[in-house]
Design a protein around this ligand. Structure first.
Ligand code: NDP
Ligand code: 8X3
Length: 251
């Protein structure tokens, strides 16, 4: 059976992707910091497929490297890495936010993602044809908006890192894709607002955001395309989300 390693499997896209891959019989390596949620997911999925849970903070390069080095033999030949763990913080204007929140986004969305990628690359290359790295970027990586500051910049990194990886992985069979979702109803806004459930509810009220399962379906689709197809970037928005006009500062 193919094997998927999914970071940030305790919530949102990651958890939905775990369920989608499990439904197709894939073996799973599921990571996140909240071990009780990982265990609950293992309880849910572990009867039908092989599930290994790793309580892991992607920002900890040594812990990530150790966890990947010590994968059990039967889960060592990873087919698909889903680099999903990530977050936005500080939706206020740049000039009002705490520097610590910028560092947390950079450490998680950039450093964490490269930590996991670096650790998994030898295993993915050993798998060869059919292997893939699916990075979860964002529309915020391409389209600036107020309060996007460092979050959008981290997702621009994710996109460009993926393209550059593709160049170096030529000939290995390993594919790289940036899936860039727009607004999706997960715990994302709760995290971004540091626990403001009312703000999260207000954002998704009266419209039709993407659901975690919508993105999980895209992740699974990309991972199971024929070996010779590489989707470079897949930008997915809710039908009811579009762009704004430029804004002008006037006297
Ligand atoms: P959720 O908050 O629901 O899930 C985020 C996941 O990331 C959790 O499982 C969390 O696990 C994990 N995570 C966060 N920080 C770390 C860390 N330091 N180490 C390990 N795992 C971590 O949000 P989404 O599912 O929406 O977000 C998933 C990805 O999708 C993120 O990269 C986000 O930027 C991106 N995205 C989200 C969009 C949206 O509108 N929802 C749109 C576009 C992109 P735990 O806390 O247990 O560690
Ligand atoms: C999050 C999507 O639209 O809030 O990556 O920037 S959006």
């Amino acid at each position: 059976m193919p094997i998927a390693m999914i970071t940030g499997a305790t919530s949102g896209f990651g958890r939905a992707a775990a369920r989608r891959f499990a439904a197709a019989g894939w073996s799973l390596i599921l990571t996140g910091r909240r071990s009780e949620r990982l265990e609950a997911l293992k309880q849910e999925l572990g009867d039908s497929v092989e599930v290994l849970t790793l309580t892991l903070d992607v920002r900890d390069a040594e812990a990530v490297a150790r966890a990947v080095e010590t994968l059990p033999d039967e889960l060592g030949q990873v087919t698909c890495l889903v680099n999903n763990a990530g977050l936005a913080l500080a939706p206020q204007p740049a000039q009002e936010v705490d520097l610590a929140d910028w560092h947390t986004m950079i450490d998680t969305n950039i450093t964490g993602l490269v930590n996991v990628t670096h650790a998994l690359l030898p295993r993915l290359i050993a798998t060869g044809a059919g292997a893939s790295i699916i990075n979860i970027g964002s529309v915020a990586g391409s389209w600036p908006y107020p309060g996007g500051h460092v979050y959008g910049a981290t997702k621009a990194f994710v996109e460009q890192f993926g393209y550059n990886l593709r160049c170096d992985l030529k000939g290995t069979g390993v594919r790289v894709t940036d899936i860039a979702p727009g607004m999706a109803e997960t715990e994302f806004t709760l995290v971004r607002t540091k626990g403001d459930q009312a703000a999260s509810d207000a954002l998704y009220r009266g419209t039709t955001p993407l659901q975690a399962e919508d993105i999980a379906e895209q992740i699974f689709h990309v991972a199971t395309l024929p070996d010779h197809i590489n989707i470079n970037r897949l930008e997915v928005m809710p039908t009811r989300q579009t762009w704004s006009p430029f804004t002008i500062d006037r006297d």
